[in-house]
Ligand binder design. Structure first.
Ligand code: NAP
Length: 176
C-alpha cells in the first residue's frame, strides 16, 4: 500500500471490515490507511466501541456500507423483497431479529412523518450524524432510487429525533 502511495498511483488507501483485532495487527502500519469501510446502521453498531476508538486515534474515517440495513430501514418490505438473495439468508431477515428490526423501522417512519421526509432519508441522516462517519454507500438497483436518498446528505435531524432513533437502535442487538 505504501508503494502505491509513494508511486502516486493512489493518494489514499483504505481497509474494509477491519475490527480492533485486525487493526492492532497493523502496528505502526495503521497510519498508512485513511478509511475503514464497515457495516453501519441503526441495526448494526458492531464497529462502535474499541474499534471506533482506535480508528479515531489513528485518523481512520468510517465509510458506512449497508447503511439502511439492506433496505429494512428504507421502506416497507414486501414478500418478494424478502426473497431477494442478499436478504433471504441474512441474519437481519430471520426471526426474532426481523421483528425487532421492524420496531426500529417504526421509529424511523415516525420521525420521517414528523419532518415530511422519506424513511430512507432519516435512516441515512442518522448514520451520517455519527462520530467518525465520512460518508455512506447506499445500494440501489433502480436509478429512480438515487434522488430519494441523495437528499439525505442535506438532512439535519434535531437532537431530539437523533436521540429517539439512537435509543431505538440501542434496544436492538445484532449478534456478532
Ligand atoms: N465492503 C464490504 O464488505 C461490503 C459488504 C456489503 C455491501 N457493500 C457495499 O455497500 C453497498 C450498500 O450496501 P447494501 O446494498 O448491502 O445495503 P443498503 O445500502 O443498506 O440497502 C440497499 C437497499 O436499499 C433499498 N433502497 C435503495 N434506495 C432506496 C430508496 N430510494 N427507497 C427505498 N429503498 C431503497 C434497495 O432495495 P431494493 O433493491 O429491494 O429496492 C437496496 O437494495 C453495496 O452496494 C456494496 O457496494 C460492501
Amino acid at each position: 500500500m505504501n508503494t502505491l502511495k509513494e508511486s502516486r498511483k493512489a493518494r489514499l488507501v483504505g481497509l474494509s471490515n477491519f475490527g480492533w483485532d485486525d487493526l492492532s495487527l497493523l502496528g505502526k502500519g495503521i497510519s498508512s490507511f485513511a478509511i475503514n469501510e464497515v457495516p453501519y446502521s441503526l441495526l448494526d453498531r458492531r464497529y462502535e466501541g474499541k474499534t471506533l476508538s482506535l480508528c479515531l486515534k489513528s485518523g481512520i474515517k468510517y465509510l458506512a456500507y449497508s447503511p439502511t440495513a439492506l433496505g429494512l430501514l428504507a421502506r416497507e418490505m414486501k414478500t418478494a423483497d424478502l426473497r431477494y438473495p442478499a436478504r433471504k439468508n441474512h441474519p437481519l431477515f430471520q426471526e426474532p431479529l426481523f421483528s425487532q428490526g421492524l420496531k426500529v423501522f417504526q421509529k424511523v417512519k415516525e420521525v420521517a412523518a414528523e419532518i415530511n421526509a422519506k424513511p430512507i432519508q432519516v435512516a441515512l441522516a442518522w448514520v451520517l450524524s455519527r462520530e467518525n462517519l465520512l460518508t455512506a454507500i447506499v445500494g440501489s438497483r433502480n436509478p429512480a432510487q438515487l434522488p430519494e436518498f441523495a437528499q439525505a446528505g442535506d438532512l439535519q435531524l434535531s437532537q431530539q429525533h437523533l436521540d429517539v432513533l439512537t435509543n431505538a437502535g440501542n434496544a436492538f442487538k445484532m449478534p456478532i
